[in-house]
Design a protein around this ligand. Structure first.
Ligand SMILES: [Fe+2]
Length: 288
């Protein structure tokens, strides 16, 4: 008896049924899940409230678990996990306890981004588990960057192919400037790594646009004016509904996405309502 794969979006996303994530899936099931993940780019598992241990064990089935983003940058930023939450877990939440946030990102919008594209070796996957969700808002949308690349008009493709892009580290996806980082006056001077603007997927060999985020993006060798014009044109192509699948969360949902070829955004929600997510990430490869 295999798993059941139910496609969700026109361009990406599939629900996986017939797997109980409270037990670490065996090798055969794990490889079926991996194949579905590489094909559909985002997988949804419904209805199992996992312990942090379950989530960590599930993640380890797919590769090396990596510590949360602030640790990748060696930042002291953000709330520290309380004694009940293991250090492998990145808490995404607007909830405050004793006046202190228990997690990151608050309740505002998180703009389109790739997780941690601002480090030299960004994670391959992010896995996000919903423990508490608000009655409305806070949906997460995903965007297929392989499809965006494959449909890029020829003139834009010629201008971006083979170029490197600077990925600024200064701001979080919620637009907050990280502690210790100066305001970026000139995007050419922004701190962060260079990555190829078109990357090749290390497992499937498929090419994807790799933009990180729009804010402070910079294409090598361009004047500031040319840079803004080219990035605006590429982003206008990328942000088309046909490349997007949006998920409305329910408690117990687990979403696993391919961070090498998918961007995501989170819409804002009412900050008086609780939203608590626990997240893990899989180590990735240097983009090439
Ligand atoms: Fe993210």
């Amino acid at each position: 008896m295999g798993i059941e794969i139910v496609p969700l979006g026109e361009s990406l996303g599939a629900e996986i049924r017939g797997v109980d994530l409270r037990k670490r899936p065996d090798k055969a099931v794990t490889s079926e899940i991996r194949a579905a993940w590489l094909e559909h780019l985002v997988l949804l598992f419904r209805g199992a409230l996992l312990t942090d241990r379950n989530l960590i064990d599930f993640t380890l089935g797919f590769g090396d678990l990596e510590f949360p983003p602030s640790k990748l940058l060696n930042l002291a930023e953000g709330p520290r996990n309380g004694p009940k939450v293991p250090p492998e877990i990145n808490v995404i939440s607007n909830v405050k306890e004793n006046g202190e946030p228990i997690g990151q990102l608050g309740a505002s919008e998180a703009a389109w981004h790739t997780d941690s594209a601002f480090v030299e070796v960004p994670p391959a996957a992010s896995i996000l588990h919903a423990l508490e969700v608000p009655p409305s808002g806070g949906n997460t949308s995903f965007l297929n960057m392989i499809a965006a690349y494959e449909t890029l008009p020829d003139d834009l493709r010629r201008r971006i192919e083979g170029k490197r892009l600077k990925h600024d580290q200064t701001y979080t996806s919620a637009g907050d400037r990280r502690a210790g980082y100066d305001i970026v006056e000139d995007v050419r001077e922004a701190p962060g790594p260079w990555h190829p603007a078109v990357r090749t997927h290390p497992e499937t060999g498929r090419k994807a646009l790799y933009l990180g985020r729009r804010m402070n993006g910079y294409v090598e060798d361009l004047s500031l004016e040319e840079n803004e014009e080219l990035l605006d044109a590429i982003w206008a192509h990328v942000l088309q509904p046909k490349f997007v699948w949006e998920h409305k969360w329910a408690v117990g949902d687990v979403l696993m996405w391919d961070n090498r070829c998918v961007m995501h955004r989170r819409e804002a929600f009412d900050d008086s309502r609780r939203r608590v997510m626990h997240r893990t990430q899989l180590a990735g490869d240097r983009p090439v």
